[in-house]
Write a protein that binds this ligand. Structure first.
Ligand code: ADP
Ligand code: MG
Ligand code: MG
Length: 257
């Protein structure tokens, strides 16, 4: 199987060290939950994997099947099969969701394509989009709206899930918005991720909603504290943390806390 392998990763933001040696291996077909208190570095890890320019890797490595990911720019990483749903997604006024998806899908599926070359044929793309939106029980009108422009929390989540379905990445990092989703929206998101992810994606879910993990039972749960993964366990660890919070973790790892 293919794997995303992170070794001793150190990341700084504006010269300040945030990640202090993260080790994590995600195989395709596995679901990993990443938990940890606010500010522990979860989003930073996602941003570093995606190649966000503000996050400077100062040590360690990220590889997919031995291929150096740190050498790639953000769009090369997307083409290598890595996808991230951001905690705070950007609005792109003037760009319709359908057009955005057509460009993104073309980019991911035709790795050798140069800017300006042909997109996936419109008819083919529309057919697929309609099919996917049907499966996800989405109104096709939704794809005519501008990307994230005035979207509610639930709509942003649905747009992300539609991206996931259309791009079918090898590895997906889902950095969840912690608020703005009602119980039904979380349930629908959870179900959709399980349907799309199936057996072939490697998924890293960052979430404070235990509902999201209900249908995406993690094979592994990792706890981040002070820029390190201080504990790894199974689904029972996620359950413990949702019930009891992080006091025990802090007590057991005083250096990071
Ligand atoms: P989490 O997602 O676990 O809540 P983050 O990765 O967002 O944590 O943040 C970890 C630390 O890095 C925090 O102290 C945060 O302020 C800092 N940080 C993250 N991103 C930035 C950024 N773009 N600019 C400045 N500081 C940042
Ligand atoms: Mg946070
Ligand atoms: Mg975060």
């Amino acid at each position: 199987t293919e794997s995303l392998v992170i070794k001793d990763l150190h990341v700084s933001v504006e010269g300040k060290p945030i990640l202090n040696g993260v080790n994590l291996t995600i195989n395709r077909g596995e679901t990993h939950a990443l938990m940890g208190p606010n500010g522990s570095g979860k989003s930073t890890l996602g941003n570093a994997i995606m190649g966000h320019p503000s996050y400077e890797v100062t040590g360690g490595s990220i590889e997919i099947n031995g291929e150096d990911v740190l050498d790639m720019d953000a769009s090369e990483r997307a083409r290598a099969g890595i996808f991230m749903a951001f905690q705070r997604p950007m609005a792109i006024p003037g760009v319709k969701l359908a057009d955005f998806l057509r460009h993104a899908a073309t980019n991911v599926r035709n790795p050798g394509r140069k800017e300006g070359e042909d997109l996936i044929p419109m008819r083919e793309f529309r057919k697929e989009l309609k099919e996917k939106m049907g499966q996800l029980r989405m109104d096709t009108e939704f794809a005519r709206r501008y990307v994230n422009d005035g979207f509610s929390g639930g709509e942003m989540k649905r747009a992300e899930i539609l991206q996931l379905a259309m791009l079918r990445p090898k590895f997906a990092i889902l950095d969840e918005t912690d608020s703005g989703l009602d119980v039904d929206a979380v349930k629908l998101a959870s179900q959709s991720i399980a349907e799309i992810g199936g057996a072939e994606m490697g998924i890293l879910i960052i979430t404070h909603h235990d509902k999201l993990l209900e249908q995406n039972t993690p094979n592994f749960t990792h706890v981040m504290l002070g820029g390190r993964i201080v504990e790894t366990g199974g689904e029972e660890l996620a359950r413990e943390l949702y019930t009891d919070g992080y006091d025990r973790i802090r007590a057991d790892h005083p250096v990071e806390a």
